[in-house]
Each structure stands twice: as C-alpha cells, then as structure tokens.
Design a protein. Structure first.
Length: 211
C-alpha cells in the first residue's frame, strides 16, 4: 500500500536542555511522539514532540526531507521512542536516540492507532517490533483493525565505541509513575507498597548475609 511508511531512525538533541528532558519521566521508552516538519535556514527539519508538547530531538537532514515528502502525501506521522544513548565524543559528547517511525493514511487511523499501542507496549519491554512493513503485512493490520502484530523484530543498533545506552526499556519507577498519571490511585498506592516491601526484604536479606 502506498499510504504507509515505517522505519527506525536516529535522532539527536539540539541542546543540553533537550538532553536533560530525555532523561526524565516525561520521556519514557515506548512513548508515542508527534512529528513537526518545517523549513529552517533553507533546509528541511523534522522535530520529535512528546505528549507534553516539548521538542525532544530532531532528525537528520535526509530523514527530515523524506518525512516532509511523507507529510505532503497526507499521511499521519507518529514515532515511538526506542532508546536513548550517550556518545562520549567529540568534545563533551552528545545525547541521541532512536525512534520507530509509523506513518499511515488517515482512512486507517483507527487500525494503526491500535497497532501503535501494541508497538509502544512492546517497546517499553525492549522488544523492537519491525515497522518497515510490506504491502501484505500492512493489509493484514488494516483488515484485523490493528490486532495483527508482526512477529519480526529489529535488533538494537551495533554499539559504537564510547557509546552507552542510557534507557532502552521502562523501569519499575516509570511504570509506577505512568499508573499514577492514568488516575488509578488505588493501583498506584498498592504498587508503591509492593515496591517498598521488596526493598525492605532485600535490605533485611543483605544485612542477614553480611552481619
């Protein structure tokens, strides 16, 4: 189908401010991001925008240009945050990351909305669902109303020298924060009590072993 585009792409931050935002709870692995395309200094620029309206990073010139063409075709554009990394060169180093781009026709918004939700949940567990899909797979997703999820996954990018992966899955704390944001206070409190109980047991066990 000509009304679908998907791919994993790298992004980088424009300043230390965006880098700091990436490390906080406002940007969790698996979060679904919006994409803003425009022209800056005569060049195409695609920005990633989180659910709180913050620009957290931008794509390179080639990917930005390609997304501008995708946008011109009238496709809905979304990105799912996959991982965040830090490379210790040049100079003071820089933060960067990767997202899964998922772009689809407006007529299939409901089906791909469900598909993106599934990709997002798996991404939070560090399972990178393939999104570079052929026509047959796209057709199955549409026909199943987003329930059909490809089995194929994409491995993490090969780790380069002096590069550390900072975040590649949702932590227990992330999940607790998200539960609180969803408004389920009872579950949120119960989760914290369970976590504190685990910490208490761990501390008691360590004391028993070493003292």
């Amino acid at each position: 189908m000509s009304d679908y585009f998907g791919r994993y792409v790298d992004f980088h931050t424009a300043s230390k401010k965006e880098a700091g935002q990436l490390l906080g709870a406002d940007n969790m692995i698996g979060d679904v991001l919006d994409i803003e395309c425009g022209m800056e200094d005569g060049a195409h620029r695609a920005w990633l925008v989180n659910r709180f309206g913050q620009r957290i990073g931008m794509l390179n010139a080639d990917d930005s240009r390609e997304l501008s063409l995708v946008s011109a075709r009238g496709l809905r554009m979304r990105a799912v945050l996959s991982f965040i990394a830090f490379t210790d060169h040049p100079g003071e180093g820089f933060y960067w990351g990767q997202v899964a781009l998922i772009c689809f026709g407006k007529a299939h918004e409901e089906a791909f909305g469900r598909f993106i939700e599934k990709v997002s949940r798996r991404m939070g567990d560090n399972v990178r669902t393939a999104v570079d899909l052929g026509p047959d797979t796209v057709a199955r997703i549409v026909e199943s109303e987003g329930e059909d999820l490809p089995d194929k996954t994409v491995p993490m990018s090969k780790k380069e020298k002096d590069t550390a992966i900072i975040k590649c899955r949702r932590s227990v704390t992330d999940k607790l924060i998200e539960t609180g944001r969803s408004g389920n206070k009872g579950c949120f409190i119960a989760s914290w009590i369970f976590l504190l109980a685990l910490v208490t047991i761990l501390v008691f066990t360590l004391k028993s072993c070493f003292f």
